[in-house]
Ligand binder design. Structure first.
Ligand code: FRU
Length: 511
């Protein structure tokens, strides 16, 4: 029996663009009243979404493909969903780009992959899943001049890479499945390079490097980097790496991998270092997002900006996701740069400011030890907040969001200078005991005299936090009360001064 508030199933398998558009619009309208459904973070029109795939800019427009189950809000039967945007803020749903072919090498799912420009032809390179194997396949845009790139044709030669390298033993789980997936391809000189994520049994995650002249015939070059699953410091990297991506940033190279172990997904990790002679030598390793984020993918836009999307996993049970009729949200597009300390810096795209509505400002708020300050005018479930605290904090302090008037529900985001962490405390985030109450923390220290700066995007069940431009932490929040809208600030073991707080209500990105 369905619970009374369960959404009726919405089937998004429709290839006619006009009919699809109507279906997707109807699905979005039907889900718009869900208090947990984000308004300005990308979500699938309905049903399940995981990794961002094939992100790219083509003839000015940004294309976002995503792992998608078009027929239910749970992970199954992977397709590539597709949306397009002129500004990275407003999206338009397009028909499913890739579906599994019965009898084809992708019959058990079109898994993650990337997009490249093959001499004027947009080309998708993806994982074709045929239990228990994973191979690499291609699809090309039927009409590269179509601004929406709606139609894709799979390569008749698929799979273009049929098996893992000879002599390399890749991870196989006890169910027999081989873990060898998620191609990331780039142009280097006069050849193509490709990474695949895998694991070496008993050793750790591995990124395998290939080369090709035509995207269709691939030669194994060697492992780009191999991890050590026993090593805990500074970051444990598990036994298998999903969704690798290597790209230049500033004067260095960044390698992103998503840490997988024993059939569980952990967190995306970011390694910054040097790439040359087909090897990558990391200098720093950090967790990209210790919260809900996973499987990030980035692209270089036409202005030369490195734009990152991260899948924000649900943090509530599968029954709640099924009842909701949708699952999964995408981070805002984060613009990446590199700091002098060889770690990432995160900035929202300027275009996002188009969604800012009513603005409120507060300044020089003194918060006594162990007390909270509640803003008299900033509140809501769709907000952008920018806060700065006076330097010299000696106790934990930060912001409060999604707070009910009596404080029964609230989420605290702060910096603890003693533990040297940025944290999201979700112990009271929701009165719904089924929603995950474990928050997250990330290593974060301020230098002497540096003020704490918190940049928050609150969007219904999504919370994205960036501290001092350099630490990203995302969480999912499911407050039950309609009045859990309050915003404030707190001081723990020591008084704090909130020098400035700016809050904007954010409009929906959908018409
Ligand atoms: C990461 C991942 C990828 C895989 C895809 C399947 O979340 O497991 O490794 O290609 O999702 O949906």
């Amino acid at each position: 029996m369905n619970a009374p508030d369960t959404m009726p199933p919405i089937d998004l398998l429709e290839s006619d663009p006009e009919r699809f558009r109507r279906k997707a619009a109807a699905a979005r309208a039907a889900l718009a009243h869900d208090p947990h459904r984000p308004a300005y973070h990308f979500t699938p029109p309905a049903n399940w979404m995981n990794d961002p795939n094939g992100v790219m800019q083509w003839n000015g427009r940004c294309h976002l493909f995503y792992q998608h189950h078009p027929d239910g809000s749970f992970w199954d039967d992977m397709h590539w969903g597709h949306a397009v945007s002129n500004d990275l803020v407003h999206w338009r749903d397009l028909p499913i780009a890739l579906a599994p072919d019965p009898g084809g090498p992708d019959r058990d799912g079109v898994y993650s992959g990337c997009a490249v420009d093959d001499d004027g032809v947009p080309t998708l390179v993806y994982t074709s899943n045929q239990h228990p194997d994973q191979t690499v396949s291609l699809a090309v845009a039927l009409d590269p001049a179509d601004p929406e790139l709606i139609r894709w044709r799979k390569d008749p030669g698929n799979p273009v890479l049929a098996t893992y390298p000879p002599g390399v033993e890749v991870l196989r789980t006890d169910d027999g499945h081989v873990h060898f997936r998620d191609p990331a391809v780039w142009r280097e000189g006069d050849e193509w390079k490709m990474l695949l994520g895998s694991g070496i049994p008993g050793v750790g995650g591995v990124v395998l490097l290939y080369r090709s002249l035509d995207l269709r015939g691939w030669e194994f070059v060697g492992p780009l980097l191999t991890g050590d699953q026993e090593q805990r410091d500074p970051v444990w990297l598990g036994s298998m790496w999903e969704c690798p991506q290597l790209f230049p940033l500033g004067e260095r190279h960044v390698l992103m991998v998503s840490v997988w172990h024993d059939k569980r997904t952990f967190y995306p990790a970011c390694l910054v270092g040097d790439y040359g002679s087909n090897r990558f030598v990391p200098e720093t390793v950090h967790v990209l997002d210790a919260g809900s984020g996973y499987a990030p993918q980035s692209f270089l836009d036409e202005r030369g900006q490195r734009v990152l999307f991260v899948w924000l996993r649900e943090q509530r049970g599968s029954a709640a996701q099924t009842a909701a009729g949708w699952s999964g949200a995408m981070s805002i597009p984060w613009l990446l740069t590199l700091g002098n300390d060889a770690t990432l810096r995160f900035a929202p795209p300027a275009a996002l400011a188009a969604l800012r509505r009513e603005h409120h400002h507060a300044h020089d708020i003194e918060i006594a030890v162990g007390s909270d300050w509640i803003s008299p005018d900033i509140q809501g479930n769709s907000l952008e907040l920018i806060a700065e605290f006076a330097p010299g904090l000696t106790g934990a302090s930060g912001l409060i969001v999604r707070r009910s008037p009596g404080g029964e529900e609230q989420t605290r985001i702060g910096h603890d200078p003693v533990q040297q962490v940025l944290f999201v405390d979700k112990s009271r985030a929701s009165l719904d005991r089924e929603a995950e109450h474990t928050g997250a923390e990330a290593r974060f220290a301020l230098s002497a005299g540096e003020p704490l700066r918190l940049h928050l995007f609150v969007d219904h069940s999504v919370l994205e936090v960036v501290a001092n431009d350099r630490v990203l932490l995302t969480e999912r929040l499911y407050p039950t009360r309609a009045d859990s809208l309050g915003v404030g600030a707190f001081a723990g073991d020591a008084a704090a001064t909130l020098t400035a707080l700016d809050g904007w209500e954010m409009a929906s990105a959908w018409d």
